[in-house]
Design a protein around this ligand. Structure first.
Ligand code: DI6
Ligand code: FE
Length: 409
């Protein structure tokens, strides 16, 4: 009987293990052996124990990394916001469009009107772009339904995408994304609906793995987010928060107070907010695509995150309004160029640290024995190349749960 199902040879390994002498956990001329969907062995080729593999994968002098993990997307939605893009270029602001009933609410109208199959087809095309560029795990939020049925339908489409494609999909209920028009004068009743119906049903039907909320002047208040998070906790669901993206709403501290898995965006977070995240062990998720697309000059307090030991993840925030970004590598490039992360921090942010945001830190995100065999094989001369090139796609293969799938090259 062969020893392994797959053996990757003739390349280098960026394990991304935290306790490594260099930030990539580099093994030059390394091998990775896979068995039963898990990593069975990783190390230098000269140390490879004797054994047979069903399939040998020649890395042709390139690199293997953990499969990328996009831990913050709004991948499922109807329509697009191309017209608003044009309007913003003629001078309208994102907030003005939102207050005039466009913005998130225009995507809500398109999403409510879309059939399940239409939502699935649109999302599947976007997911194919991520997968071709090395993504093996993706988080998908609801938040464009804003009624019980459409929110649950979005989550169900997320689950179906995982089944149809073989990617690991983690779903997040974002009922508190915007106030739907039919509740315009009844804010409290909408928050009741989230807490008393959406969250319990999403939990009971196993449709959501976590709960998110948007704390912002154009969205929900701190008190409203507190209520949503208390309801999530009572159903045993972990929480995350869209925090301090456009204004300092004390979002980092609120997320920390609830022991959130992550606080996301954080452009306007204060030093006190950073300290609160550090004390709570909450991950900062950086979303440079949104900062770029909305031309927000504010940069998250990266230096303070480093100083206080707040782990940083990087994600696309793929959504039609503020970040129509379909490339994880461009997200890493922007994290470096706009936010001044190092390429190693950007790669850790899309692998090991992103896994932690999704509660998968013991299963994926590093190349380590017994972890899931979710890998990406790249035609590159150094792992920093993943953050360096703008455009192009050097992904030759991904391995998902031990199965080889072609990349975009
Ligand atoms: N922050 C964002 O950047 C997205 N959602 C959020 O809470 C924007 C979503 C959109 O404009 O459609
Ligand atoms: Fe978002």
């Amino acid at each position: 009987m062969p020893t392994w199902d797959m053996l990757l040879v003739n390349g280098h390994v960026a394990t991304m293990r935290a306790e490594s002498p260099d930030p990539y956990g580099t093994i030059r001329d390394g091998c990775v052996a896979v068995r039963d969907g898990r990593i069975a062995w990783v190390g230098r080729r000269v140390d490879l124990p004797p054994g047979e593999a069903v399939e040998r994968v020649d890395m042709r002098g390139g690199w293997v990394t953990p499969g990328l993990i996009d831990c913050h997307t709004h991948l499922v939605f109807g329509g697009d916001r191309i017209r608003e893009f044009e309007q913003r270029l003629l001078g309208a602001t994102y907030e003005e469009l939102a207050r005039a009933g466009g913005g998130i609410l225009s995507t809500v109208r398109a999403t409510r009107a879309a059939s399940r199959d239409e939502l699935l087809a649109g999302a599947r095309a976007r997911l194919a772009d991520l997968s071709a560029a090395g993504v093996t795990t993706v988080e998908i939020k609801s938040g464009y339904g804003l009624d019980v049925d459409t929110e649950l339908r979005m989550l169900d489409v997320g689950r179906a995408l995982g089944e149809a494609t073989g990617l690991r999909v983690v779903t997040t209920l974002l009922g508190a994304h915007a106030l739907p028009p039919e509740y315009a004068s009844r804010r409290e009743a909408y928050v009741d609906l989230i807490c008393q119906e959406m969250i319990p049903r999403a939990a009971e039907e196993s449709l959501a793995d976590a709960v998110d909320a948007f704390l912002e002047e154009i969205a929900f208040t701190a008190d409203e987010c507190d209520r949503v998070f208390d309801a999530a906790a009572s159903m045993g669901l972990p929480v995350r928060l869209h925090a301090d993206q456009r204004t300092d709403g004390g979002g980092a501290a609120l997320a920390a107070r609830h022991g959130a898995r992550s606080a996301d965006h954080l452009e306007y977070t204060s030093e006190a907010g950073v300290e609160a995240l550090a004390a709570a062990g909450t991950v900062a998720v950086l979303l440079p695509g949104a900062a770029y697309f909305l031309r927000d000059a504010r940069v998250p307090p990266v230096e303070a995150f480093r100083r206080h030991g707040v782990p940083m993840a990087v994600a696309t925030d793929l959504n039609p309004g503020s970040s129509p970004l379909r490339s994880p590598l461009m997200a890493m490039n922007m994290a470096c160029t706009l936010f001044r992360l190092t390429p190693a921090e950007a790669l850790a942010g899309m692998t090991r640290t992103a896994a932690r945001v999704l509660g998968l830190e013991n299963r994926v995100g590093v190349v380590e024995e017994s972890f899931g065999a979710d890998l990406a094989v790249w035609d590159i001369s150094h792992p920093a190349a993943l953050s360096y090139w703008m455009g192009g796609n050097p992904c030759r293969f991904v391995v998902r749960v031990g199965t080889l799938v072609p990349g975009g090259r």
